[in-house]
Design a protein around this ligand. Sequence first.
Ligand code: ADP
Length: 468
Amino acid sequence: RKKWKRVVGVLKELEESCETTVGRLRQVVDAMAVEMHAGLASEGGSKLKMLLTFVDNLPSGSEKGIFYALDLGGTNFRVLRVELGGQRSDLDPDVEQQPIPEQLMTGRSEDLFDFIASSLHRFVEKGNDSVQSSITKELGFTFSFPVKQTSVSSGVLIKWTKAFAIKDMVGKEVAGALQQALARKGLNMRVAVLVNDTVGTLALGHYHDADTVAAVIIGTGTNACYWERTDAIIKCQGLLTTSGRMVVNMEWGNFWSSHLPRTSYDIDLDAESPNPNDQGFEKMISGMYLGDIVRRVILRMSEESDIFGPLSSRLYVSFALRTPAMAAMHKDDSPELTEVARILQDVLDIPDVPLKARKLVVKICDVVTRRAARLAAAGIVGILKKIGRDGSGGITGGRSKSDIKMRRTAVAVEGSLYTQYTMFREYLHEALHEILGEDIVRHVVINVTEDGSGTGAALLAASHSSSG
Ligand code: ADP
């Protein structure tokens, strides 16, 4: 009995340290808006990099023609073609996906780009489009690694992440390397835009809904971008664009604030990660980490009691419990929680867990996901606040709520956490309601986009094409 009491104590402590009252969330909202300002004020002024994208117009639906895109960011890479008729329509892109051979991820940049250009060559031919046509085809390139952009169609690789490590590419111009490979293959194509995946999501969101002002990705990792006024980008004085605006890639996964509710599990997870002190917001929110936070809590409970039986060595394995398995336990509503029992046994090697303890596991999943979803919601409201769409009249405030005519405001969202994890999505919506209030939240629309990273890049190639 005493041991059960200890486990309940662990849960209570978890709940308290994950507390996200509306008051707390509003502090996170304010911190996000303040950090956005700081990141725009000077290079290195905030943990938020607030990267310039030079994307100064967003697809409207009037684009016409055939456009291509390449999407490189994970182990798979994709080639796409969209045909645009000059009127907003359901896009039905041709897509081909293939894995990048492992040796190319760590070899020479020329080999990687030759491989990409060959795939594109085959894809264009297969689509009965002439490869050497005298008309230059416009190509959007989604490259989901940190890039310092120098224009909408050029930028220098800051560093590789994920499984890529091609030394001769760091510090080099990314679109130029691709452009040269296209020339070697005799492809008459121009890299019209070089973009990050969130920017593609914003482009696709805006194509379908012209009120879209921001895009958020919540999948393996998390990031956001939004539509900013150029005069607010103080670190780049004199920046002129026709629209007077530019998309800013926040790299919000690296956001940090003392108002974020942090637990000992977060501290351990961060310390044992390959990038300690980095991506703090992402480590509380995204799919890569949520399952591992839950594993750490179960481990603690197992160490402090025997309600999970003898200590399983699997509990010591980082990332042994993945977020999809966590979501499956969370949504188990069978009276005996049979799915929870199965996953504890199959994934964590913990057999014969009593029902009472299974219920506890569901509760842990709930606490961890609820915090994640509510923090993501606070991040979104932070962006709305920064651009004066949270109903408060902007960060300087002053006007009363009744003075404000709140405009319809749409946010494009993509990623499996939002689309596949029902509880995550519901908690996110609930928090938006709580933070913004009923009067404001009814003007805020969340639109789910699909494959924005690829399709959006093709759309941006269209809206930034040399033919206008
Ligand atoms: P990306 O890897 O490009 O971000 P996704 O948006 O599909 O792709 O996100 C994948 C991540 O989402 C996985 O790493 C996993 O953590 C999480 N995930 C996938 N399916 C589910 C699910 N059913 N429930 C909860 N999380 C999921």
